[in-house]
Ligand binder design. Structure first.
Ligand code: C2E
Ligand code: CA
Ligand code: CA
Ligand code: CA
Length: 262
């Protein structure tokens, strides 16, 4: 009986969250935080990753992992994803021209064959050049290998946007996607960086940098939390880095230490 009670509690919680999602897709309680990504060669901020935040009245902040999954399961991800994309591009249109924005996109959004039209429409509406938008996807898009997802990615690149492969090294697909998926950047998952100075983690990162150089792909390291980690990844030839040591996600865009603009 205890189990039943717990289960029904869980079901009610979930139903409440799904109900709340309907207001979220209208923008209520939705905000974006921005985390800087540094170019290690030029020592400057290259872009910001937009990270969705949901402050659900009466329930507090719901983690993005939780509500994105829920939005995927309830079919609301298309509307939510479009809203997020719009907010991120709108924000970026007010930033300096050499700073881009990276937006996470669910694999389900790539099932929409008109997705690149949506991106184009948003870019035109807010007046952001396509070269300033990075689309982040995970390797999992290849789990159900569909040619049309790849053609959507190609269309997005043809607009002038870049494709980033997120959480690189954690997926279940084989290296064969390296020539099947069109992409511009690899983001090495933070689990590798956080295992440093472990020699195996070091060799794996070094190997990924080597693979990336075959395709002249930019390597971004995620989850840099210490100056030691930063020094190591810099010496390994990683081009860009992101992590709490360099800057936490924040509701405003931090241009440089002490300086901020909206
Ligand atoms: P992600 O795309 O891999 O984003 C990076 C996550 O790592 C973020 O968590 C960020 O806050 C966290 N992080 C950044 N630097 C560090 C660090 O140095 N150490 C540690 N431990 N963590 C760090 P967050 O914001 O909770 O987002 C979690 C995931 O939710 C994201 O992982 C992404 O998969 C998803 N997500 C967030 N926003 C969106 C969105 O707008 N759309 C979609 N489809 N997914 C999103
Ligand atoms: Ca990401
Ligand atoms: Ca990631
Ligand atoms: Ca992730």
């Amino acid at each position: 009986r205890l189990f039943d009670r717990e289960l029904s509690h869980e079901i009610r919680e979930r139903a409440a969250l799904v109900a709340g999602l309907h207001s979220l897709v209208r923008g209520e309680g939705l905000s974006l935080h921005y985390q800087p990504i540094f170019c290690l060669k030029q020592n400057r901020i290259k872009s910001y990753e937009a990270l969705a935040r949901w402050n659900y009245p009466g329930k507090g902040p719901i983690p993005p992992d939780v509500f994105i999954k829920l939005a995927e399961e309830s079919g609301l991800i298309h509307q939510l994803g479009e809203k997020i994309l719009w907010m991120a591009c709108q924000a970026a249109s007010n930033w300096p021209e050499d700073v881009s924005v990276a937006v996470n996109v669910s694999p389900l959004q790539l099932k929409d064959r008109k997705f690149s039209d949506t991106i184009k429409k948003i870019l035109d509406e807010v007046g952001l050049d396509a070269s300033r938008l990075d689309i982040e996807i995970t390797e999992s898009i290849l789990i159900d290998e569909n040619g049309y997802k790849i053609s959507v990615l190609n269309e997005i690149r043809r607009l002038g946007c870049r494709i980033n492969i997120d959480d690189f090294g954690t997926g279940y697909s084989s290296l064969s996607y390296l020539w099947k998926i069109p992409f511009d950047k690899i983001k090495i998952d933070r689990s590798f960086v956080q295992a440093l100075p472990d020699p195996t983690a070091r060799e794996i990162i070094q190997a990924i940098v080597g693979i990336a150089s075959i395709r002249t792909t930019t390597v971004v390291v995620e989850g840099v939390e210490t100056s030691q980690q930063l020094d190591m990844v810099r010496n390994m030839g990683c081009a860009e880095a992101q992590g709490y040591f360099l800057g936490k996600p924040s509701p405003i865009m931090l241009v440089a230490q002490g300086q901020a603009c909206s």
